[in-house]
Design a protein around this ligand. Structure first.
Ligand code: DOR
Length: 416
């Protein structure tokens, strides 16, 4: 199959160009148009984004999301590849489950799926899963995300085992005993609302421990969804000391604070919790100085009914995969610049996985996104491909919308 996309601009280039794609690869730039032709309407072209942290809920929680809706949502967000989380029902801790997910996703023609698998059996934290068999089945990362790893010895063994297989372990770093029943950041806002708080120290204490395990083993540890200035500083110092650690931050932790919870709206209930303005500022600095390796969304869909429970009972999670780039571009283009922003969603994430950096060079895999950087549109969750049709940013005017996503040379998303 051949496809030519005309009238596109590379990042920070003025001239209009065209790209031709054939058999899943980039055939070349500015060739005579061949095959189907799409007018790019002056959009900016970038490699398709890479998501290292999304909850797609399959198997077993398809009322929240499934592969079809989640991967369509990802493609609409400009993502070509998604690493999904294993906190499903059953937990993805068996090679057959990994194989079944990959097989199912392959037929969907949406974003490509690269599943992570549980580090421990049932994500119970006390026995390692069969990591070698999981890797053989196609798992690309091991994590008990959604849960914390309380047993340091098991995490140490998991790090060593995963390192011998050349794969990273990623962790949801919160000390569960300190977090206890906290449903939001501990501080003046939680005190004013009378809600149980989760202190910043729960994250910092766990990150400190996990960095020691990383030092001890030399294995690659990836820290998910950092939310606090303190934990970020620990990662910064560890990186300076040569520790083999990488980390991600999420749009909601960069944009929102615990002030959003004053209306008791569970849309803002997420783990780790929204913190303070000082934390969001520190995370932005972490992006600027390279301490943070990539942006991941932690797209965490739930049903409307679940999110309508009260603040104590509603599940944690914010769905954001369809708006992540527009949010980041609208709010942080001035501070980060477009090339860095795209890097954090492409090469930065690929580097965490030790995958080749995505490029738009001739011969490269045809995974690309066209971005309309100019048209302002209102976030309208009823139009989401995700089953979670709600968003903290509903009604917000954003710029930087993906208009076309091509995966493996095929159109996975095109804005109507
Ligand atoms: O807010 C969250 N939601 N944080 C997690 O760690 C898990 C996730 C989920 O699975 O809903």
């Amino acid at each position: 199959m051949t496809l030519t996309i005309t009238n596109i601009k590379r990042i920070h280039a003025d001239q209009s160009e065209s790209i031709t794609i054939e058999n899943g690869k980039i055939k070349g730039w500015n060739l005579a148009p061949e095959g189907d032709t799409i007018d790019g309407q002056d959009a900016t072209i970038a490699p398709a984004f890479l998501e290292l942290h999304a909850h797609l809920r399959e198997p077993g929680q398809e009322q929240k999301e499934d592969l079809a809706s989640g991967l369509a949502a990802a493609a609409a967000g400009g993502y070509g590849t998604v690493v999904c989380m294993p906190n499903t029902s059953p937990v993805i801790d068996q090679p057959e489950l990994v194989r079944a997910l990959i097989a199912k996703a392959t037929g969907l023609g949406q974003a490509r799926l690269r599943p992570s698998a549980a580090l421990t059996r049932g994500q119970q934290g006390d026995q390692l899963a069969e990591l070698a068999l999981l890797r053989e089945a196609g798992a690309v990362m091991f994590t008990d995300d959604g849960r914390t790893n309380e047993n340091a010895r098991i995490l140490r063994l998991g790090l060593e085992y995963a390192a011998s297989l050349g794969l990273p372990v990623s962790v949801h770093a919160e000390d569960a005993t300190l977090r206890a029943g906290g449903v939001m950041n501990e501080g003046p806002v939680s005190e004013a609302l009378g809600l149980p708080g989760n202190p910043a120290a729960a994250e910092a204490a766990r990150v400190a421990r996990d960095l020691e395990l990383c030092r001890l083993t030399g294995a690659h540890l990836h820290i998910q969804h950092l939310s606090t200035a303190r934990a970020l500083q620990l990662v910064r110092e560890a990186k300076q000391a040569g520790v083999n650690v990488t980390c991600e931050v999420c749009p909601h932790h960069l944009l929102l604070t615990d002030e959003s919870l004053r209306g008791f709206d569970t849309l803002y209930k997420v783990a780790p919790p929204l913190r303070t303005r000082a934390d969001t500022q520190a995370l932005l600095e972490g992006l600027q100085d390279g301490t943070v390796d990539c942006i991941a969304t932690d797209h965490a869909p739930h049903t409307r009914a679940e999110k309508e429970l009260d603040m104590l009972q509603a599940p944690f999670g914010i769905p954001s995969i369809e708006v992540a780039f527009a949010l980041m571009y609208t709010h942080f283009e001035a501070q980060l610049g477009l090339p860095k922003l795209v890097d954090l969603l492409t090469a930065g994430a690929a580097q965490v996985m030790k995958w080749p950096a995505p490029t738009l060079d001739t011969g490269a895999p045809a995974d690309l996104v066209l971005l309309d950087l100019h048209t302002e549109r209102t976030v309208n969750p009823t139009e989401f491909k995700s089953k979670a049709k709600f968003s903290p940013w509903a009604g917000e005017r954003l710029r930087g919308w993906p208009v076309l996503t091509v995966v493996d040379g095929k159109v996975a998303y095109r804005r109507e």
